[in-house]
Design a binder for this molecule. Structure first.
Ligand SMILES: Cc1ncc(COP(=O)(O)O)c(C=O)c1O
Length: 352
């Protein structure tokens, strides 16, 4: 198996490297967390009542929702449920590394399909060509990490129709920043699984909460594989408050949209190639100096993520969007570091 070692150690400074919320969760969630009692903690957590609440919020039936320990666990459970060692899983790259890791654990064969270059649009024809009767899992994210690209509805439906034997995972971890969902499609496609997380816009990565939404028959199979106590009591206690504070999310998403536009404009001005993003991060191409760039930004107290080793991402760096003052800090450092490292314009503007 490949190892997945996120560069966690230390992480001091402005954290623009993990696509986290950069200004903290809703104060209401924090207040709820502070009310947790010793008695609350003595109990094994009960997931089902919260699944009813999440489902109601999303206008789904309770059995169409399975709460998970982050999207990471959702991916793990899907792989455990659907894959055996003689199966194949299609992963559309570049993307989030955990799909491949969890597929590998089952012994199934990983079949990677590269997004179209140079704009990272979805490679529908190559995905369709890769589907075989042994394909039991297909995973992609929309908006995708690290590219910020989205999948078109017609592409998703074509895949769902072409692989009825496979669990098709559409990871909507960055849904809040994009605002468009394929959730209603679970009524029509039994093989569609949609994952969401509270780790990004909600600012609750430390609580490890996410969910899978799917047709209740297929989701029931995944539910059998899950521990009944997979989501801890503190997370469950906060979930309803987090969901109800819609104003907090709307405000944060608006700040991120502004910050993203500011950064994309600056990249265009500086002649740094970038990919227009629908998420809370932007991928840009720094070029050969990518390593030095990440180190120099770190020295200025700003953590960004080197994505050079991702397929099709040579010389690329991913930068998470923060609040307006954080973006000011970022832009100052960006201008300074690029001029010191003589990072020359490669190809001005956005790749569309
Ligand atoms: C596409 C995607 N899915 C899932 C996750 C992880 O979500 P969680 O924190 O809920 O496990 C990430 C985190 O970076 C991600 O980029």
């Amino acid at each position: 198996m490949k190892e997945y070692r996120p560069p966690l150690a230390g992480r001091q400074g402005l954290r623009l490297d993990f696509n986290e919320n950069t200004s903290g969760c809703s104060p209401k969630v924090l207040a709820r967390l502070r009310k947790i009692t010793a008695d609350d903690l003595t109990r094994y957590p009960e997931r089902a009542p919260l699944e009813v609440k999440v489902a109601a919020k999303l206008r789904l039936a309770p059995h169409q929702v399975l709460l998970t320990n982050g999207v990471d666990e959702a991916i793990h459970l899907l792989c455990e449920t659907y894959l055996e060692s003689n199966h194949e899983a299609i992963i559309v790259v570049p993307t989030f590394g955990m799909y491949e890791l969890f597929v590998q654990q089952t012994g199934a064969r990983v079949v990677t399909v590269e997004a179209n270059t140079p704009d990272f649009t979805f490679a529908l024809a190559r995905v369709l060509a890769a589907i075989t009767p042994r394909t039991k899992f297909i995973a992609f994210a929309s908006p995708n990490n690290p590219t910020g690209a989205i999948i078109q509805r017609s592409d998703l439906l074509a895949i769902l129709g072409a692989a009825p034997q496979a669990a098709v995972l559409l990871d909507e971890a960055y849904f809040d920043f994009h605002g468009e969902t394929f959730l209603p499609e679970i009524e029509r496609y039994e093989n569609l699984f949609i994952a969401r997380t509270f780790s990004k816009a909600y600012g609750l990565a430390g609580l490890r909460t996410g969910f899978l939404a799917a047709d209740m028959r297929t989701l029931n199979a995944v539910r059998k594989v899950a521990s009944p106590y997979n989501v801890n009591g503190a997370s469950l206690a906060c979930l309803e408050t987090a969901l109800d504070d819609e104003e907090f999310i709307a405000d944060y998403v608006q700040q991120i949209a502004k910050g993203r536009a500011t950064l994309e404009k600056e990249f265009a001005l500086m002649g740094i190639q970038f990919w227009p993003s629908r998420a809370n991060f932007v991928l840009c191409r720094i070029g050969e100096a990518h390593k030095e760039f990440v180190i120099a930004m770190g020295e200025r107290g700003i953590l960004v993520r080197d994505r050079d080793s991702d397929p099709g991402c040579a010389g690329c760096v991913r930068i998470t969007i923060g609040t307006a003052p954080q973006m000011e800090e970022l832009l100052d450092a960006l201008r300074d570091v690029c001029s010191k490292l003589r990072i020359a314009p490669m190809r001005a503007g956005a790749v569309r």
